[in-house]
Design a protein around this ligand. Structure first.
Ligand code: MN
Length: 229
């Protein structure tokens, strides 16, 4: 039997090509107005909605098993920021300078589980935080790339475009998101933030090939596979 002390968290390959451990995976909901509308929400809501995935849910893998307990696994392409510094009560400029790496990620979501949770006033934990629910592509150093409003973000399934927007469509830009989060919790190196998804989210099935791109970043590609295979 493995002792708890023997457990080490899964590692990702970082922007400097060395392995690192995600400390906390933060996510934000409804950060693109068109997506907020397609989910039946008011895009003019006053504050971002923060939630988490388990750090171990972040994977760099070519195959993602279709999760259990859902008939509506949805893709959400997102820009993902890796923090190399933390702090609290950061202003937006300082917050943005805490980012050491950027990647394309997918906030995989059990949409049916989430819909039932919303209806019942329950948390989103199991809708968002299942095994391998956070595939991320290779990281690019923040020394070499930074988001600009004109930068395209898109996701295709089986070669068909499903989501397309620009990073300027975000309601709260990344620095503002990190700053607001830092007023609620102390942020640390190794924290990761999924920055929200544009409109066009939709279902995935076994055999689907997902390709997600943000111009200037390495692409994210994975296939949804049968968990029993
Ligand atoms: Mn999302």
């Amino acid at each position: 039997m493995t002792r708890s002390a023997d457990w080490t968290p899964p590692e990702l390959i970082g922007p400097d090509r060395t392995a690192f451990q995600v400390r906390h995976a933060w996510c934000v909901g409804r950060n693109y107005a068109e997506h907020a509308r397609e989910m039946g929400a008011d895009p003019a809501a006053a504050d971002p909605i923060f939630f988490s995935k388990p750090a171990a849910a972040l994977v760099q893998a070519a195959a993602i098993p279709y999760p259990r307990s859902t008939k509506a696994l949805h893709h959400e392409v997102e820009l993902v920021a890796l923090l190399g510094q933390g702090g609290r009560d950061l202003d937006a400029d300082t917050a943005l300078r805490c980012v050491v790496g950027w990647a394309v990620g997918c906030d995989l979501t059990r949409r049916d589980v989430q819909a039932r949770a919303k209806q019942a006033g329950q948390p989103w934990a199991l809708a968002k935080g299942f095994d391998a629910s956070g595939p991320v592509g290779p990281w690019r150093s923040a020394d070499d790339w930074s988001p600009s409003p004109a930068t395209p973000i898109r996701l295709a399934v089986g070669g068909r475009l499903r989501q397309q927007a620009t990073l300027g469509d975000m309601i709260w830009p990344v620095g503002e998101l990190i700053a607001r989060l830092s007023r609620e919790v102390t942020l640390h190196p190794g924290d990761v933030l999924f920055t929200g998804t544009p409109a066009g989210v939709g279902p995935l099935t076994v055999g689907d090939r997902v390709e997600a791109r943000i111009d200037g970043l390495p692409g994210l590609a994975f296939e949804i596979v049968d968990p029993a295979a």
